[in-house]
Design a protein around this ligand. Structure first.
Ligand code: 6PG
Length: 472
C-alpha cells in the first residue's frame, strides 16, 4: 500500500499527464484517474518507479488521498468540469479542495466556488499556462479561490511552477474566479502579442525578406528589448523546413487561424466594463477574418488596392517595424492591465498587478523580459492609471512613435492589413489628445435627443441644452 497521496489528478490528456509527471518528479505522491481506465493503466505503466498510483474507481482514488484531499481536474473546460465535480462531491469531506486547472470561464468558476462552498468544500480555479512543455517542466500557475487553500496548495504549486530569479511563477491571485479571470487576460494578451508578431512578419515579407532572413530578424530581436518566448518560437517556426518539399513549413500552412474562445471572453468582459482593449480586439477580429478564407479569396479578385511591394532600405524598415511592434505591445499590456484593475475594483479582488506581471515572467506563453519593467512600474506607483504613463514605458513610446507612424502609414499605403498595429497607435494618439472631437458628438446627442452637455467655460457637472434648429 502506497502512502496517502499528496494530490490526485483527474484527466490524463497531455496537459494532465505532464502536470502529474512534474509533480511526481518533485517527490509528491500523485493519484491519477481517467474516465477511460486503459489510459490510466498505460500512463502508470509507462512511468515505472515514479510516485504514481492509478485508479479505475473514483471512490478508491479519493480514498487514496491525504486529508484535506486535493483533487486537481485537467478536463475540458465546460460541461465536463461540472460532470466530474458532480461525481466527486459525494465522495469528499468538508474542507477538501477541488482545483480546476483548465481554461474555464471565470464566471463558471465563481458559480462552482459558491456551489462547493455551500457544501463545506473548497474550490480553486487555477489558470495554468505554458502548454505541454510548461506543464512538464514548470508552468506559470494562477490559482484563485479561498485564501485558506493557498497554504495547502502552495508547497505543491511552488515546487512545480517555473522559476525566474529563484522566485516561483505562482501566487494566490484572489478569491473566487480571480485566478481564471487573470488567466483569461493572459490569453487575451497572448492573442495581441501573436497578432502583432504576425503583422511584423507580414510587413517584412512585403519588403521581400526571405523566410530565413525573417527568422534571423526574429532571432536577433529575441536578444533585445523584445525578448520573449513568442518572438523566440516565431524565429524557430520561420526557420523550420518541410521535410517533403524542403520549403519553409509556414509557407505551407493554411492561413486560417483557430481560437478556442478566451480572447472573445476578454472582449466581452472589457465591453461590460467599458474598458478599451483595442489591440486584443483587433487580434481576435483578425483571427475571425482569417478564418473566412473563401470569402477573402473571392474578394481578392473584386476589391481593388495596391499589390504590396515595399522597397527602400531594408535595415531601416526592420528597425522601424521593431519599434512599431514594441510600442504596440506596450499599448496592449497597458490595456490588459487597465481591464484587470477595473475588474479588481468591481469585484473587490485586490489584484496585485505587479505581482501578476512577475509570475508571467516564466513558464507561460507570454513570458518576456519586459514584464520586469511592468512589475517595477506597478510597485513604483501603485496608483498608476495607465502603464503608458510610467516613466520607462513613456520613454519607449516617445522614442518609438515616429517609426510606429511610419510603419502604419506605409502599411496603409501599401495595402498591407495591420489592424493591431494601427489600433494600438490610434489608442496612443487618442490618449495623448487633450481635446478630442467628442465635443461635436455631444452636440449631436443634444441635437437629436436633448441629452445635454457640459461646457469648457463652466464647472464640471453643470449640464446645458441648446435649442437647435429644426431639421425636417
Ligand atoms: C497557455 C495557452 C493555452 C492555450 C490557449 C490557446 O497559456 O498555455 O494560452 O491556454 O494554448 O488557450 O488558445 P487558442 O486555441 O484560443 O489560440
Amino acid at each position: 500500500m502506497n502512502r496517502p497521496s499528496d494530490i490526485g489528478l483527474v484527466g490524463l490528456a497531455v496537459m494532465g499527464q505532464n502536470l502529474v509527471l512534474n509533480m511526481a518528479s518533485r517527490g509528491f505522491q500523485v493519484s491519477v484517474f481517467n474516465r477511460t481506465p486503459e489510459v490510466t493503466d498505460a500512463f502508470v505503466a509507462a512511468h515505472p518507479g515514479q510516485h504514481l498510483a492509478g485508479f479505475h474507481a473514483l471512490d478508491d482514488f479519493v480514498r487514496s488521498l491525504a486529508r484535506p484531499r486535493k483533487v486537481m481536474l485537467m478536463v475540458k473546460a465546460g460541461a465536463a468540469v461540472d460532470a466530474v465535480i458532480g461525481q466527486l462531491v459525494p465522495l469528499l469531506e468538508a474542507g477538501d479542495i477541488v482545483i480546476d486547472g483548465g481554461n474555464s470561464l471565470y464566471t463558471d468558476t465563481e458559480r462552482r466556488d459558491a456551489q462547493l462552498a455551500a457544501l463545506g468544500l473548497r474550490f480553486v480555479g487555477a489558470g495554468v499556462s505554458g502548454g505541454e512543455e510548461g506543464a512538464r517542466k514548470g508552468p506559470a500557475i494562477m490559482p484563485g479561490g479561498p485564501d485558506s487553500t493557498w497554504d495547502e496548495l502552495r508547497p505543491i504549486f511552488e515546487a512545480i511552477a517555473a522559476r525566474v530569479d529563484g522566485a516561483p511563477c505562482v501566487r494566490h491571485i484572489g478569491p473566487g474566479g480571480a485566478g481564471h479571470y487573470v488567466k483569461m487576460i493572459h490569453n487575451g494578451i497572448e492573442y495581441g502579442d501573436m497578432q502583432l508578431i504576425c503583422e511584423a512578419y507580414s510587413l517584412l515579407k512585403a519588403a521581400g525578406l526571405s523566410t530565413d532572413e525573417m527568422a534571423a530578424v526574429f532571432d536577433r530581436w529575441n536578444e533585445g528589448e523584445l525578448q520573449s518566448y513568442l518572438i523566440q518560437i516565431t524565429g524557430r517556426a520561420l526557420a523550420q523546413k518541410d521535410p517533403q518539399t524542403g520549403l519553409p513549413v509556414v509557407d505551407l500552412i493554411l492561413d486560417k487561424a483557430g481560437q478556442k474562445g478566451t480572447g472573445q471572453w476578454t472582449l466581452v468582459n472589457a465591453a461590460e466594463q467599458a474598458v478599451v482593449v483595442s489591440t486584443i480586439n483587433a487580434a481576435v477580429e483578425a483571427r475571425v477574418l482569417s478564418s473566412q478564407k473563401a470569402l477573402r479569396v473571392a474578394a481578392s479578385t473584386q476589391l481593388q488596392g495596391p499589390l504590396p511591394a515595399i522597397g527602400g532600405d531594408r535595415a531601416a524598415l526592420v528597425a522601424q517595424v521593431h519599434d512599431a511592434l514594441y510600442a504596440s505591445k506596450i499599448v496592449s499590456y497597458a490595456q490588459g492591465l487597465t481591464l484587470m484593475r477595473s475588474m479588481s475594483d468591481r469585484q473587490g479582488w485586490a489584484l496585485d498587478l505587479g505581482g501578476i506581471a512577475s509570475i508571467w515572467r516564466g513558464g507561460c506563453i507570454i513570458r518576456a523580459r519586459f514584464l520586469n519593467r511592468i512589475t517595477e512600474a506597478c510597485s513604483a506607483d501603485p496608483g498608476l492609471q495607465n502603464l503608458m504613463l510610467a516613466p520607462f514605458f513613456r520613454e519607449v513610446l516617445n522614442r518609438s512613435q515616429a517609426s510606429w507612424r511610419a510603419v502604419v502609414a506605409l502599411a496603409v499605403t501599401q495595402g498591407v492589413p495591420v489592424p493591431a498595429f494601427s489600433a494600438s497607435l490610434a489608442y496612443y494618439d487618442s490618449l495623448r489628445t487633450a481635446r478630442l472631437p467628442a465635443n461635436l458628438l455631444q452636440a449631436q446627442r443634444d441635437f437629436f435627443g436633448a441629452h445635454t452637455y457640459e461646457r469648457i467655460d463652466r464647472p464640471a457637472g453643470e449640464w446645458f441644452h441648446t435649442v437647435w434648429p429644426e431639421v425636417i
